[in-house]
Design a protein around this ligand. Structure first.
Ligand code: HEM
Length: 420
């Protein structure tokens, strides 16, 4: 038995050996150690709407089946996203949530703001950016080391998402690392190595506000161009936004597209190494890239969950959820629910309905940037395949190091080697 199989067996024994009521799937260690599977499997089978009475984030409900997650998502009158109710992740008290972001608002305000911003990332607008994204991606891949070990996360995923964000905003190139910093600062747990306190978080986000206000002022008085800031500054629906709304939307666009896309870039390489026959299928038929990209996003599930707060008492899944209770929709579990997805633990690049997954959420908050994320990943894989068409030319050399978080599901590092 390999080391990995032993770890998986240990996790299964632990998950099935404990009392059901003691299961706490918010424990970040489960995600860092990649041992979350059997805990969610057991909950789906034995207690799909499960109450955890104590965790490092306090008590919460877990919704683990695909259909139940859709039911929560489509009932925003009862299941609120509002920042004042507690927000959209299992972690409460993030000071960044005080910025007006429509991801943490309920209707009607959410709907108005979403309608205002969404045309900015509509496919027609993105198509105009495609050639720049492709050029930057190609340049980055051409500069990678060949026949030697390097870290895919830093050399490709972080570098490329940072460059892509800078491209989307036409952000001053030499300052682009600031974008990654502001994204990390927004989502970090204080004391976890990135920020020490909520005060520090807000101070850094104020620098972000000042910087972006300056860019707005330059662009509102210049000819319209194809970057997200110019589009907002010149669009009738967005040009009169209040300053804090502008900042809220900027931060949402930075954070929304950063970790998620980054971790999908790494997850794809890992999945294809685990399922090399799928890479063979892909090399034989590159037209499968777009369905593979959807499968990567399902298989990775870059955000493990979104959270809601019950605004009233409700019977749900045979349980009595009370007003004020925290309700966590575990996309990571819904995406592995065999009642919704055939053979869900297998990575299959030519599924019949590849876009049927929960990684982008569902209902009124479904990810605004989903087409943009898919476009970026499509370009990346088209360019990779042109250069390294042979299966396993990009070899994963060791297990990745995974992020310690019940929210961002991703990687710290993935050692690889590209064989010429
Ligand atoms: C693979 C990449 C991505 C994943 C997995 C992802 C995932 C998500 C999820 C789970 C939600 C919440 C859905 C819900 O509550 O039902 C969301 C919302 C959102 N995402 Fe993404 N996202 C990705 C890429 C992007 C990109 C590239 C952008 C923009 C640049 C973006 C912008 C947003 C915005 C603005 C919202 C708020 C929508 C609303 O509340 O109405 N996302 N995303």
């Amino acid at each position: 038995m390999t080391e990995m199989t032993v770890a998986a067996n240990d996790a299964t024994n632990a998950a099935y050996g404990m009392a059901l009521e003691d299961i706490d799937v918010s424990n970040p260690v489960l995600f860092r150690d990649n041992t979350w599977h059997p805990y969610f499997k057991r909950l789906r089978e034995e207690d799909p709407v499960h109450y955890c009475k104590s965790s490092m984030f306090g008590p919460y409900w877990s919704v683990t089946k695909y259909r139940d997650i859709m039911a929560v998502e489509t009932n925003p009158k009862v299941f609120s996203s509002e920042a004042k109710s507690g927000g959209i992740t299992i972690m409460d008290d993030n000071a960044a949530a005080s910025l007006p972001m429509f991801i943490a608002m309920d209707p009607p305000k959410h709907d108005v703001q979403r309608k205002t911003v969404s045309p900015i990332v509509a496919p027609e607008n993105l198509a105009t950016m495609e050639s720049v994204i492709r050029q930057r991606t190609a340049d980055l891949l051409d500069g990678l080391p060949i026949n030697e070990e390097f870290d895919w996360v830093h050399r490709v995923s972080i570098d490329l998402t940072t460059k892509m964000l800078a491209t989307l905003f036409d952000f001053p190139w030499d300052d682009r690392a600031k974008l990654t910093r502001w994204s990390d600062v927004t989502t970090a747990l204080p004391g976890g190595g990135i920020i020490d306190s909520e005060e520090q978080r807000m101070a850094e986000l104020m620098e972000c506000a000042t910087y972006f206000t300056e860019l707005w002022n330059q662009r509102v008085n210049a000819e319209p161009k194809n970057d997200l800031i110019s589009m907002m500054a010149h669009s009738e629906s967005t040009r009169h936004m209040a300053p804090e709304e502008y900042l809220g939307n900027i931060v949402l666009l930075i954070v929304g597209g950063n970790d998620t896309t980054r971790n999908s870039m790494t997850g794809g390489v890992l999945a294809l190494n685990e399922f090399p026959d799928e890479y063979r299928k892909l090399s034989a038929n590159p037209a499968l890239i777009s369905s593979m990209v959807s499968e990567i996003i399902r298989w990775q599930t870059p955000l493990s969950h979104m959270r809601r707060t019950a605004l009233e008492d409700i019977e749900f899944g045979g349980k009595h959820i009370r007003q004020g209770d925290k309700v966590v929709m575990w996309y990571v579990s819904g995406n592995r629910d065999p009642e919704a997805i055939d053979n869900p633990d297998t990575f299959i690049i030519d599924r019949a309905k590849p876009r049927q997954h929960l990684s982008f959420g569902f209902g009124i908050h479904r990810c605004v940037g989903n087409r943009l994320a898919e476009l970026q990943l499509n370009i990346l894989w088209e360019e990779i395949l042109k250069r390294w068409p042979d299966p396993l030319q990009i070899r994963v050399l060791q297990e990745p190091t995974r992020v310690l978080s019940p929210f961002v599901k991703g990687y710290e590092s993935l050692p690889v080697r590209i064989n010429a």
